[in-house]
Design a protein around this ligand. Structure first.
Ligand SMILES: Cc1cc2ncn([C@H]3O[C@H](COP(=O)(O)O)[C@@H](O)[C@H]3O)c2cc1C
Ligand SMILES: O=C(O)c1cccnc1
Length: 360
């Protein structure tokens, strides 16, 4: 994998199809409801048509992709839980016992768990094996990963979407598992948006005040150690790749690849919480059209999540005070996305139902 590959992938991502979006707008205004009365669902239906280049867009199989990886920055005491929980939760996903499994079941979606860089060796037939390395290096002391590793992880994400699309998957929810990764998400957010650690760092799994101070300090030191202080030099595609490699994580890079894959294969990707959205921000900096292929599921309790959603121009559908990750918010949102599509295909029009239109 090299830079040329990434340039080629990013250049292949086209804008949404205007014609299908115009057809969706026209259809929405002909349906038996006051124009615009389905709010964000109408904007979503329009965008989904533009993504698929079809009106109505096809409904098909859906999956929840959970990308997992470990983080060297855990050495700095930035999480309320030990690093071993990453592997333990991956096994829990594979057994079907995690929150994301429950929500995916309610959405009628399969869970696809991907090892992007878990420290432990996990040998399980249900796990997608894409391990780049057993955990990142401690970003407070230097780059979390090499540029080549970041490119390989991006590529694994793009390829996964290609395989899923080939299997008939038409809607993807994406989430993550990786103890310490809310610190990586904060570092990425600070580097790319130039916001101070006070605005990007939250409590993650629930660190106390001392833990919060350690996290902020770790992010500040990681940015300084990697020459990324306060957004300096982190602009454009090159800055995004550099930021991802220096202060990201293997699962963040995999998710960024899934977001690129959304654009390449024209499959909508529903992003989850703070960590997934920070990864989506990286993808949107790599290729300008990516954000239009992404759907924001919810706004998590992490204070940085809203900052990143705003930067992406994405409007979350739910606000439930959740702060779990895994893909839980994204999984919960899948039925809403399907309902938005079904409005286009199944609602009667004023003409077909004999309902009077708006008074002139
Ligand atoms: C049992 C358990 C299940 C989880 N599922 C997701 N996360 C979430 O917590 C982690 C991020 O928080 P931090 O940066 O503070 O470590 C990620 O793994 C995220 O997915 C979990 C965390 C725990 C403890
Ligand atoms: O916003 C999230 O997705 C989140 C918040 C805390 C911990 N893990 C994930």
């Amino acid at each position: 994998m090299d830079d040329k590959w990434l340039t080629r992938v990013c250049r292949s991502i086209e804008p949404l199809r205007e014609e299908a979006m115009a057809a969706a707008r026209e259809r929405l205004d002909s349906l038996t409801k006051p124009p615009g009365s389905l709010g964000a669902l109408e904007r979503l239906a329009e965008r989904l048509s533009g993504i698929a280049g079809a009106m109505p867009p096809p409904l098909g199989k859906k999956v929840v992709v959970v990308m997992a990886g470990d983080h060297g920055v855990c050495e700095e005491g930035v999480s309320a839980f030990p690093q071993a929980v990453t592997e333990q939760m991956v096994l829990n996903f594979l057994r079907g016992g995690a929150a994301v499994n429950v929500f995916a079941k309610h959405a009628g979606a399969d869970v696809v768990c991907v090892d992007m860089g878990v420290a432990a060796t996990i040998d399980h037939p249900g796990l997608v094996a894409s391990k780049i390395a057993p955990g990142t290096a401690n970003m407070t002391k230097g780059p979390a990963m090499t540029r080549e590793q970041a490119l390989s992880a991006l590529s694994a994400g793009v390829e996964l979407v290609g395989r899923l699309a080939g299997d008939g998957v038409r809607l993807i929810a994406v989430g993550e598992m990786g103890i310490g990764n809310s610190t990586a998400a904060a570092a990425v957010t600070s580097a790319l948006l130039g916001v101070p650690p006070e605005a990007s760092v939250g409590r993650g799994t629930g660190v106390d005040d001392a833990g919060l101070a350690r996290k902020r300090d770790a992010v500040a030191r990681a940015l300084a150690a990697n020459g990324l202080a306060a957004g300096a030099g982190a602009s454009g595609p090159e800055g995004a790749l550099e930021t991802l490699a220096k202060v990201g994580g293997f699962e963040l890079a995999g998710i960024a690849g899934v977001c690129l894959g959304a654009g390449v294969y024209r499959v909508p990707v529903v992003v989850d919480g703070y960590i997934s959205t920070a990864a989506a921000l990286v993808a949107s900096r790599l290729s300008p059209h990516v954000a239009s292929y992404l759907i924001a599921s919810h706004r998590s309790e992490e204070p940085g999540h809203g900052v990143v959603l705003d930067a992406l121009g994405l409007e979350p559908m739910l606000e439930l005070g959740m702060r779990l990750g895994e893909g839980t918010g994204a999984a919960l949102s899948l039925r809403i996305v399907e309902a938005a599509v079904d409005v286009l295909g199944s609602m009667a029009t004023f003409a077909s139902a004999g309902v009077s239109g708006k008074l002139e």
